[in-house]
Design a binder for this molecule. Structure first.
Ligand SMILES: Cc1cc2nc3c(=O)[nH]c(=O)nc-3n(C[C@H](O)[C@H](O)[C@H](O)COP(=O)(O)OP(=O)(O)OC[C@H]3O[C@@H](n4cnc5c(N)ncnc54)[C@H](O)[C@@H]3O)c2cc1C
Ligand code: FES
Length: 347
């Protein structure tokens, strides 16, 4: 019986072997190729690709990520699909993320800071003899018992490779995030796997950039912006940060300091439910609407968005109607883990 199939990438003629029990994405990562992906749970649609020839098992996924019509036209989600014959897929390989090992590492909770009533800043330190490389904007999975995992974006730039900062929003009824707020202590040990994802600065581009963060979606965007500013990237940048009330802008001074330090950087906070005591005179409403109000024509822009799935889902079609090319919309949708459909270990 055949236990492996060949997966060919039509755009680059690259190819790799996929075991019949691993997804196409897992096989690509194992072979050192990075294809566009984010959630790895069949929820966000980032890994959607056209299967030009051959058969796949489509796996378990959410309809919002792949409609029946798209499936009928030959598309599949590579984070869920398994090859059932040799296949050819149309997926760009993301060369900038190649050569970075996905590792499982232990880490210690060095510091915990309550950044807002429902956001905890965690500083994790890594063992001294282990290196951990990532691109600013990527995320890690905290590993829980029973092969379960929870994804969180790295909020600091690479370079400080022995430290990882996370911004963790407390989810009502959420198992891990409530553990963080009620039981986790400084010096506790955790295990994580990473880095994952293809949400990072596209450095080969020169166009102006809009960043749209929702809540703790600020975390990966902070890392990307700090990386861009440190590298003297001379592109125009405008950060829109949407939260409910003023107290949720948990690093507002930092974002304001970027705008003060650089003429090419603008910052617009947007509150969806300002409180009376906020005395807010700034932008209100949904953050993607604030983006469109400032930039009705998005043809020359790149947008980097991260945060709650409804924000990404509202922004994507709205930006498209304003001329944003879909291959210049980069996003991490903060899907929550589906413990029943976890993917295996690509390391
Ligand atoms: C690529 C990626 C990066 C992420 N980065 C971050 C980050 O930097 N900071 C951060 O705070 N979060 C981030 N998230 C979201 C985070 O992974 C989830 O909030 C987390 O897994 C919740 O874990 P839990 O065990 O507390 O909740 P669970 O016990 O898994 O969930 C309990 C219930 O709460 C609800 N729920 C859980 N999470 C969410 C959610 N995010 N939105 C709405 N409802 C939810 C669901 O109904 C779920 O059934 C990211 C997600 C992804 C996919
Ligand atoms: S649906 Fe595959 S990466 Fe999100």
């Amino acid at each position: 019986m055949t236990t492996t199939h060949i997966v060919k990438l039509r755009s680059s003629e690259k190819q790799f072997e996929a075991n019949i029990d691993e997804t196409v994405l897992e096989a690509a990562l194992r072979a050192g190729f990075v294809l566009p992906y984010s959630c790895r749970t069949g929820s966000c649609g980032t890994c959607k690709a056209f299967v030009a020839s051959g058969q796949v098992d489509y796996g378990v996924y959410q309809q919002q990520a792949l409609s029946d019509a798209e499936r009928g036209q030959g598309y599949a989600l590579l984070c869920r699909a398994k090859a059932r014959s040799d296949i050819v897929v149309e997926a760009r390989d993301v060369v900038a993320a190649e050569g970075i090992d996905i590792k499982i590492l232990p880490c210690r909770v060095a510091k915990m800071d309550l950044l807002s009533p429902d956001v905890m800043g965690l500083q994790l330190t890594l063992p001294k003899n282990h290196s951990f490389k990532y691109l600013p904007g990527q995320y890690i999975d905290i590993l829980l018992r029973g092969n379960r995992r929870r994804s969180f974006s790295i909020a600091n730039v690479a370079g400080q490779e022995s430290v990882i900062n996370l911004h963790i929003r407390r989810v009502p009824g959420g198992e891990f995030t409530n553990h963080v707020f009620t039981e986790l202590k400084e010096r506790d040990l955790l295990r994580f796997q990473g880095p994952f994802g293809t949400f990072f600065l596209r450095e080969d581009s020169t166009g102006p950039m809009i960043f749209m963060a929702g809540g703790t979606g600020f975390a990966p965007i902070k890392a990307i912006i700090e990386h861009a500013l440190a590298g003297n990237v001379s592109r125009r940048m405008h950060l829109f940060w949407g939260v409910r009330a003023r107290r949720d802008l948990y690093m507002r001074e930092l974002a304001e300091s970027w705008a003060l330090a650089s003429d090419q950087f603008q910052f617009t906070p947007v509150l969806s439910e300002p409180l009376a005591q906020d005395q807010w005179r700034g932008n209100t409403g949904l953050v993607h609407e604030a983006v469109i109000a400032s930039y009705p024509d998005l043809r020359e822009y790149e947008i980097y968005a991260s945060g709650p799935p409804p924000m990404i889902e509202a922004g994507r079609p709205a930006f498209r109607t304003r001329g944003l090319s879909s291959d210049r919309f980069y996003f991490d949708s903060f899907e929550f883990a589906n413990d029943q459909t976890q993917v295996g270990n690509p390391a």
